[in-house]
Design a binder for this molecule. Structure first.
Ligand code: B12
Ligand code: SF4
Length: 465
């Protein structure tokens, strides 16, 4: 009989991705002799707002939750938080005594007292990576008859403990040599997922001012041991021979270890999208193609010097020149190797003005021209994808810490999601308003180079129909 239930709440998105945080926890529990069940409420739903109550009730009725001793809910971002709250409330109603905890990036983004204020049903929070501590926690409750309030770890806090006052907790990071390899068979319905995520590394050594990553990973970049990776690749290839994979690692390819990883991947017929930075090394691109790289998402964010300085993507004029030339050279080399480059840009970064927009627009125009040139010379047409997103300030980031200063200089945000630690930009600076942001986004998006190959790849990935 299962005592531990791990839930992925709903989210209003048209595509769903494998819940790798929960798979990793369940794999570690299994290695330590504990059975757990993953229930992903995003599977088979059309729109959570219409069907969520029905989906939750069915999921809860059919799994034997009345016998649960521990319920864990994973919350990746603010987008899932309200759904997680409904789910937690519903579970608490059906099982008043079960111990309910949450984990995931969202948990690391707010202070514990803020999180307990949002979720009335919650008993405890895990902050940061949790494989080891969640296993110890389960052991204490299930084998040793302990109570969750007696569990003490620097990254775990119970509601009772929190009553003593606000405490900021340092997230924990894990040594990837010590955790169990991912057992995807623990996720029953793998074919239902449009995006298959594969995690090979964690953390980021950079410290961009808009990003929470360095605060959570403590800038501790780690790659899984190659033996584990080979084992996982074998297991993935037997489960999803034809699916497109997504690999997120801002500094993918930078460490020499990636040559071995790509070499191992080239023994399979994977195709994958990777998210990274402009400094992805050019020399590794042919090998990455053989490994299955078909779309490379470059987090450019802006091409304006002042903006990139504020984001801390560059430090001085020299690193700025390098940043832009790296981007251009990377796009050209990707196209030469028939890989689709994707450029992502954040729109409305604090203090952005017309001048910053004009510089970025010009850079993307030039990039498009260079990309078309390479396409003409090589005959490859992998397209050039452009993704724009309205800037959000997340709690815990450096920009959030300076929010008041930015606001005093005319940066205006939407506070409706404040409770979840997110502020969407309305006006980045006094002369730019929301309509200007959308108009600028459209102008940039129009510079995309469409192609059949690109559309096929996006379809394979499950992000477009
Ligand atoms: C891959 C990724 C995605 C994937 C999905 C990831 C997933 N796991 O399902 C995609 C591309 C779909 C995605 C989408 C989005 N993402 Co994203 N994503 C990431 C990324 C790069 C990796 C996350 C990951 O999978 N890590 C590996 C797994 C193993 O770790 P994990 O899930 O965190 O799980 C561990 C712990 O958190 C904990 N844990 C997790 N769940 C639970 C549950 C319990 C009970 C316990 C005890 C512990 C626990 O234990 C796990 C093992 O250690 C992170 C940044 C990063 N480098 O980590 C951003 C990140 C999480 N994403 C972010 C954002 C903003 C988004 C979007 C809102 C972006 C957008 N504007 O569209 C959407 C929202 C999607 C949603 N569902 O809400 C932000 C979140 C910031 C914030 N303050 O909330 C991050 C931090 C990026 C950033 N630097 O800003 N994302
Ligand atoms: S934006 Fe990317 S490179 Fe910068 S700190 Fe975050 S994860 Fe690292």
């Amino acid at each position: 009989m299962t005592d531990i239930f791990l839930f992925q709440p709903s989210v209003a998105r048209q595509f769903i991705f494998t819940p790798i945080g929960l798979i990793s926890l369940a794999s570690s529990l299994k290695k330590s002799g504990f059975d757990s069940k993953i229930i992903d409420l995003r599977v088979n739903q059309h729109h959570p707002d219409w069907e969520y109550d029905k989906i939750m009730t069915e999921a809860i009725m059919n799994v034997g939750l009345e016998n649960a001793r521990i319920v864990g809910i994973s919350i990746l971002s603010h987008e899932e938080a309200a759904y997680a709250d409904k789910l937690g409330t519903r579970i608490r109603k059906s099982n008043p005594d079960v111990c309910m905890v949450i984990g995931g990036y969202f948990a690391s983004c707010l202070r514990p007292d803020e999180i307990f204020d949002i979720f009335a049903w919650l008993d405890g929070i895990f902050i940061g990576e949790a494989e080891k501590d969640f296993v110890d926690f389960s052991k204490m409750i299930l084998s040793e008859g302990g109570n969750h309030r007696d569990f003490h770890r620097s990254n775990y806090i119970s509601r009772i403990e929190n009553q003593g006052g606000v405490r900021k907790i340092v997230p924990s990071t894990t040594n990837l040599n010590d955790i169990a390899s991912m057992d995807y068979s623990l996720l029953g319905n793998i074919q239902e997922y449009s995006i298959f995520l594969y995690e090979l590394s964690r953390g980021c050594p950079h410290n961009c001012s808009h990003c929470i990553e360095s605060r959570v990973s403590l800038r501790d970049y780690r790659i899984k041991p190659i033996m584990t990776i080979e084992q996982e690749l074998k297991s993935i290839s037997s489960i999803i021979p034809k699916k497109f994979i997504l690999i997120s690692d801002c500094i993918i390819g930078v460490s020499r270890l990636w040559e071995d990883i790509f070499q191992s991947m080239s023994n399979y017929s994977f195709e994958f999208l990777a998210e990274g930075r402009v400094d992805f090394p050019l020399r590794i691109i042919p090998l990455a193609y053989r490994a299955g790289l078909r779309i490379f998402w470059i987090g450019l964010e802006s091409a304006s010097y002042n903006t990139l300085i504020r984001l801390r993507k560059v430090n001085d004029p020299l690193s700025y020149e390098r940043y832009l030339s790296n981007c251009t050279n990377l796009v050209k080399e990707l196209i030469r190797n028939d890989i689709t480059p994707g450029i992502s840009l954040m729109i409305g970064i604090p203090e952005d003005n017309e001048q910053d927009f004009a510089v970025t627009l010009k850079f993307i125009c030039d990039l498009r021209r260079e990309a078309l040139n390479v396409m003409e010379i090589t005959g490859n047409n992998p397209g050039l994808y452009i993704a724009t997103s309205r800037f959000k300030v997340f709690k815990q980031t450096e920009i959030y810490e300076n929010l008041k200063d930015y606001q005093s200089r005319g940066f205006v945000v939407d506070t409706s999601e404040e409770k979840y630690g997110v502020y969407r930009v309305i006006k980045p600076s006094p002369s730019i308003d929301l309509d200007d942001l959308y108009a600028y986004m459209e102008k940039i998006k129009n510079l995309e180079i469409q192609s059949e190959v690109m559309n096929d790849r996006l379809r394979n990935l499950g992000v477009s129909k």
